[in-house]
Write a protein that binds this ligand. Structure first.
Ligand code: ADP
Length: 467
């Protein structure tokens, strides 16, 4: 089955909600209004019946305290037109006037007409002829009985039916207009909601094609959609960075290999051509290049081992501060030669880790700190604990690292110095190795630096409390 587009799905959903709510409101309005109107018709009928009784009693008084046939005739016919069938009896129960006797044909027609009206209102309306008797009381004395017949329990006249049908028409028109508005609004909302997702699909499509530079704009104010565009944007940014690094890595590897190989090639060619003799000096210089290449390959091998998931750690519990105190001894003579002061301080911080590998991290960080700190500067190492972390900080007062290089210095072969001068040393793998070791221990290395003031590398590892 072909999947339906989100826009179509949303439109259908909105339409269904609109239809359901309209049906519910329509049904509710119809039922409750009908009921209200029936109550109103019943109350109106009772009111008319009471009025009729008073009117007929009044006639008795006005006719000189006796039943006058002629005035009963007049009133009875007027009431008949209103749908009421009057019968008046005297105190002996003798019929004085009866609409059904007076004009039975009209009574039947009126009752039939009412029955028709009510059938048109409700096909299965349960109604029929009903009558109520009331005593006609004058000055406290009963002077007869007024019997009022009607179509009950209530009835609607033509005007009522017309009102009801207009009401239904208005409800129907209002329903149709609301439905139309709901369809338009639903289509608009569906478009608005699905648009950012369509944009994301287009953006991810471009990313899949290798175009990482486009970014999604967050015109929407829906939290989830903004979060989605953020995620796609950061995915694109991270892929863009990776792509840049990958290209740079290829260039860097080529650069790292080219220098020693070119040197080797020219030396060998000079020897073949007889320009140089294969003496000790030249052979030593060739060996240095070969060693440099070997070192590079070794470092890459080390890095790939550290980065591989199968890296085996020989963990033991040890104190970071003690490791620092021990490691620093190996750097004291270099520091002295450079005129850089080297200090180590801080509290005990026990970790459960591979001591040799953490020692390697420390060596790499200290090596860099000393390398990039000029004479008169300071390299200080401190150990401390923060919550459940053991923290080792290597701080120097060296040249610092420019902000644009900071995010990349942990990448392999990345060197911040643009000249890539060989005398500043390594191949740009030291920090990548250090970070790989830290990550293998579920730790991390963070860096902060200010150009001209110095840098700070912070290694954090899980603290291992000793009992
Ligand atoms: P390298 O072997 O070139 O030192 P690293 O991976 O150890 O390689 O470091 C990468 C780059 O980060 C260095 O080339 C240098 O530009 C910068 N860097 C590292 N540590 C420091 C530091 N303490 N001060 C200034 N720059 C540093």
């Amino acid at each position: 089955m072909n999947p339906i587009s989100l826009r179509k799905k949303l439109t259908i959903t909105f339409l269904m909600i609109a239809l359901l709510s309209l049906a519910f409101v329509g049904l509710f309005a119809n039922v409750s209004l009908g009921k209200q109107f029936e109550d109103y018709a019943t109350a109106r009928l009772n009111q008319t019946i009471n009025k009729t009784v008073n009117q007929v009693t009044d006639l008795y008084v006005r006719s000189g305290e006796q039943w006058s046939i002629s005035s009963l005739d007049e009133t009875g016919m007027a009431l008949l037109i209103d749908g009421l069938i009057l019968r008046v009896e005297d105190t002996n129960g003798q019929v004085v006037w009866d609409a059904q006797v007076h004009n039975n044909g009209m009574c039947l027609r009126i009752l039939q007409n009412m029955a028709q009206n009510m059938q048109s209102y409700q096909a299965n309306f349960q109604g029929g002829y009903e009558e109520q008797s009331f005593p006609a009381v004058v000055n406290g004395a009963e002077v007869g009985t007024v019997v009022v017949g009607y179509y009950g329990p209530f009835y609607f006249n033509e005007a009522d039916l017309q009102f009801l049908s207009s009401l239904n028409r208005i409800l129907l028109i209002a329903g149709a207009v609301s439905l139309g508005a709901c369809v338009l609004l639903g289509a608009y909302l569906a478009r608005r909601l699905s648009k950012p997702i369509t944009d994301v699909i287009a953006a991810t499509g471009k990313i899949a094609e290798g175009n990482y530079s486009d970014r999604l704009t967050h015109a929407e104010n829906t939290a989830e959609l903004v979060a989605l565009s953020h995620s796609v944007n950061s995915l694109a940014a991270s892929l863009e960075t990776q792509e840049t690094l990958r290209k740079r890595l290829t260039a860097d590897v080529a650069h790292e290999l080219r220098t020693p190989l070119t040197t080797l090639q020219s030396t060998v060619e000079a020897m073949i051509d007889g320009v140089w003799t294969a003496d000790e000096t030249h052979l030593n210089s060739m060996r240095e290049e070969v060693l440099r290449l070997n070192k590079l390959v070794d470092e890459l091998g080390t890095l790939s081992r550290f980065e591989s998931e199968s890296l085996r750690l020989n963990t033991e519990s040890f104190d970071l501060r003690e490791l620092c105190q021990q490691t620093i001894q190996n750097f004291e003579s270099i520091a002295r030669q450079k005129g850089v002061s080297l200090t180590c301080a801080g509290s005990q911080a026990f970790v459960e880790a591979d001591r040799d590998k953490i020692g390697q991290v420390l060596i790499n960080l200290m090596h860099n700190a000393l390398k990039f700190t000029p004479a008169g500067g300071t390299v200080s190492i401190t150990t401390t604990t923060e919550h459940d972390r053991a923290v080792l900080t290597v701080r120097d007062t060296g040249c610092g690292i420019a902000p644009e290089h900071l995010p990349f210095i942990f990448e392999r072969f990345y060197r911040a110095d643009p000249s890539r001068a060989r005398e500043t040393g390594g191949s740009g793998i030291g920090l990548a190795i250090a970070l790989a070791i830290a990550k293998a221990h579920n730790g991390d290395i963070r860096v902060s630096s200010t150009v001209g003031e110095g840098s700070e590398f912070v290694l954090s590892l899980q603290l291992h409390p000793v009992s």
